[in-house]
Design a protein around this ligand. Sequence first.
Ligand SMILES: [Zn+2]
Length: 275
Amino acid sequence: MSIRLGPEQENTGFDKALGEYFQTIPVLETRTILVDGKHEAVQPVSTDDSIVKIVSYVPFGSKYKLTLRGVGPGIADVVWDTSTARRDRSKCLEVAVRPVRYIPTGFSYVTLSGGRQTSRTIGSVDTMILDANRILQPQANVKIIKMSEQICDLSAGGAALSLDGKNNILALARHIGGWRIQNQIARKEFEVFFVPELEAKAGNSDTTQAATYESVKTCFYEDDVSPLDEGAVLAHEMCYAYGRSGHTNKSGQLMYKSSTKTFVPKTLADLLNPI
Ligand SMILES: [Zn+2]
């Protein structure tokens, strides 16, 4: 049996080809999924109606259309075969019903000493947030909320600040601490600083688009992330702030390095929005 994205589900990430029979549904929302395969004629059942309810299961062309409703927070299975004592994962869809988790985020536009500054301007982040939430919301019910936007002028910082190499980035982070105090800018849960150019290692060619420090939930994000999807990069970086370390070798997933793919596997959804 295979279960594929339904027409209403573009980009929700539920796709057998990516290795999981798993679906997140926000509390009190419905999701429709296309199902096909040899077990399709069997009416599926929910193992816990107080978590997920089957609204309908109807033929749809050569497939079946399964509509589910998230009732309350928790994890339950939708099963096509209840007879097997040891449940066959290929006949079972795990459903996590999650309340929304908001990530209050501050966005700052950095000017370095020497007047070198990001080419981004206040307001330009809105499309990026929308694109990031288009990935995060359906798959983990996580939503980035813009709490503030401000210019972060470090041009009077004295010593030349560079964004080439980890030590320099950490030095910049210290300068930002001073800027915060001076301008009475409160920390938000997650912080994004737009900078003109960024390299994780000194002398690198343009390989780094962003760097995120989990301990301070702070992301440095460069202007030129082309040809990557900016929303996907923001969502990818946010995952580091919430405990993800390193990349995956699975190329369809959000945490694949330099990928525009957006699939959020169960382990990542659980990290971002634990039930
Ligand atoms: Zn990465």
